[in-house]
Design a protein around this ligand. Structure first.
Ligand SMILES: C[S@@+](CC[C@H](N)C(=O)[O-])C[C@H]1O[C@@H](n2cnc3c(N)ncnc32)[C@H](O)[C@@H]1O
Length: 345
């Protein structure tokens, strides 16, 4: 991997080789595993790919280089566990008490790794490939937690360049407290990098309501700064225009999915649509392509489709893709078999 403008980096044995295994053409021939299978939305606006995302991303680069506006990556969090989904079987459990529809536990995805280095290597390899797919005005958001965010921030800076680091968003949520002798962990970390520091990024400014104290002092109307002749700010004056609020900060309070939420699919680690909606709206425009290489239950894809974006979702888990397909079908999207991804020679 070529080091960009960072003087301090991460190192582990074999890192350089692991993060730069591809030299096109012929890159996918260096990967093991079955080819990616494809479902395509009948209106041509979305694709679901089942298979390892490294292979799929490398294959996508043959046809979609620099065409993705926003990529959201929500990889396993290095929990050291295998995760199970609660899958609806569709049959009514007549002879048993409990819910109307029977649900079965089914293996979803494995989050056990040989070492932290192996984990970082895996994420780094995907970031390298995602970078290639991003349009010059595009950006990537990597959703992780505080166990790994500091390592991944450094790794991401090495891949994208420190000058392309854009934001660290703290997603703060409330959850059932546990009796641990520590401060409760109630946040995740979302790291964002832009593809290109010299190109104006896609960014539709989101707003949040004014603080109660600001409202009490200044009311709901926009303030305009009044300057002295020498350029110093003298005071503010109130206009007649109602304010949209203040440009959104980087600490977001959004609830986790409630156990009875209508959004809940039974897939473990499912993220709330409200979180993805904020990201998709801010970081892409209608008609642009949104990519989620760790699609899981399809949260990003469902939000992207609802907001008029085109979408590409990848997941290696059959259970995940089944849930995501049902979710999108319920939202009115019909899928058929898609053409295989372009292979490099
Ligand atoms: C944390 S979950 C994503 C959850 C998703 N954001 C949602 O809202 O449902 C991570 C997903 O990544 C998938 N995954 C992990 N490693 C992968 C790989 N190498 N290739 C493709 N998918 C992978 C897992 O199967 C799992 O569904």
């Amino acid at each position: 991997m070529k080091h960009r403008s960072v003087e301090v980096g991460l190192s582990w044995p074999g890192k350089e080789r692991a993060l730069s295994p591809f030299s096109s053409p012929g890159r996918t021939s260096q990967l093991d595993g079955p080819p990616t299978s494809v479902l395509e939305a009948e209106d041509g606006k979305g694709r679901l790919l089942q298979g390892d995302n490294r292979r799929a991303l490398a294959e996508l680069a043959n046809e979609l280089s620099e065409q993705i506006t926003f990529a959201y990556l929500d990889p396993p969090f290095l929990t050291g566990r295998a995760h199970e989904a609660l899958v609806q079987t569709g049959t009514r459990a007549k002879d048993r008490p409990g819910p109307l529809k029977a649900r079965e536990k089914s293996f979803a995805f494995d989050d056990r790794w040989g070492s932290r280095a192996e984990y970082l290597e895996s994420i780094g390899q995907r970031l390298v490939l995602v970078r290639e797919l991003l349009a010059p005005h595009g950006s990537v958001v990597l959703h992780v937690d505080s166990k790994t965010s500091h390592y991944l921030k450094v790794l991401g800076d090495e891949i994208f360049g420190e000058e392309c680091f854009a934001s660290e968003i703290i997603w703060r949520y409330r959850r059932w407290p546990s009796k641990t002798p520590n401060f409760q962990r109630v946040h995740d970390v979302l790291l964002r990098w832009r593809k290109c520091a010299k190109t104006k990024p896609r960014f539709n400014v989101p707003y949040e309501p004014l603080a109660a104290s600001t409202l009490a002092t200044w009311g709901k109307n926009k303030q305009r700064a009044v300057f002295e002749k020498d350029g110093r700010r003298a005071r503010s004056s109130t206009t007649n225009e109602e304010t949209q609020g203040v440009p959104m900060g980087d600490v977001w309070e959004i609830g986790v999915l409630a156990p009875v939420s209508r959004e809940r699919t039974g897939y473990p680690t499912q993220k709330p649509e409200a979180l993805l909606e904020r990201l998709v709206r801010a970081l892409s425009d209608e008609g642009e392509v949104v990519l989620d290489p760790y699609a899981g239950s399809g949260t990003t894809l469902a939000v992207a489709a609802r907001l008029g974006r085109r979408f590409i979702g990848i997941d290696q888990s059959e259970v995940a893709l089944g849930i995501a397909t049902n979710r999108l079908t319920e939202a009115g999207i019909r899928f058929g078999p898609g053409k295989p991804l372009a292979r490099s020679a």
